[in-house]
Design a protein around this ligand. Sequence first.
Ligand code: TYM
Length: 333
Amino acid sequence: MTKKIFSGVQPSGNLHLGNYLGAIKNFVDLQNQKETECIYCIVDLHAITVKQEPKELKKNIRETLATFIASGLNYEKSIIFNQSSVTAHAEGAWILSCTARMGWLNRMTQFKEKAGKDKEKASVGLYAYPVLMAADILLYDATHVPVGHDQKQHLELCRDIAQRFNSDFNVEDFLKVPEPLIQKNFSRIMSLKDGMKKMSKSDPSDLSRINLTDEKDLIVNKIKKAKTDNMPMPAIEENLEKRPEVENLLGIYSSLSNQTLDQSKKEFDGKNFSDFKEKLSDLLVEKITPISKEIKKLLNDSKNLDNILYDGSQKADKIASKKIKKIKELIGF
Ligand code: TYM
């Protein structure tokens, strides 16, 4: 059976190693597998749930597309587009917001984290954001959704919304209930400064993350400064629960070299941290700098990027507009 893959990334600048290892690298692997149809969306409607400067947003949409292509996505194999250019997303989100329950949304931990202490000042969009995400997925009958661990709860909500809609309108299997595709081992890349916090574009310290646009010297410097501890490199049998920074760095190394954590522990057992950090920097430079160079090259031709998005949006619109039409018929519009 052909797997229908859908996923999205916000164009909010500073795409980083967490986005790459948790999501974009898998997007590329899935695109290159047999029997998959992949749709990747630059979710600009999601981005405006927090304040955006219009010129920056435009730049970041192009930069996200450039990052996709530089990482190996091929716009002839996959549909790549930006969300706001396909109107069915906003329509679908409204309709599904009448299916989703307040109680379900009240449980969303990401809203609580993002809204912080002053929930009253958060936008309504930030609160309703997971419903828009559900519309994204359900409009394309996606069967599988590759995401990082932080999106797991949103996907569970999407499944609940699909099931509730099908049951409310008595249409079995009309909205397809999607499966999350979350990597087992490296689905949470943590900050380089604090192993308990996820690597994030909103962290005020740039030293906390490797950006996909970072150049060699910056990467080397960030790894040099990455937090570790005073203990030796762990042996294979050592549990790393109490050493989250070390586990994170070894996880990054493992993921980039396509090996298991145990294999990486074995490789560095008995070695110094400085040896490990040097190898990790080399590997990051090898994998990330070709991406950052390609991003810069692609950004020189914004017309080309806009054309790619336009073509992708046309293709996406064909699929989504059919589905939204059926949804409206079911509702009685
Ligand atoms: P966003 O833009 O915050 O992140 C994009 C993807 O990167 C993953 N990610 C991480 N993975 C591992 N470690 C990290 N530190 C890390 N930080 C980010 C995220 O899990 C995500 O897969 N709501 C989504 C975008 C979205 C979407 C969708 C995704 C909108 N509609 C439909 C899937 C399907 C978001 O804000 O991701």
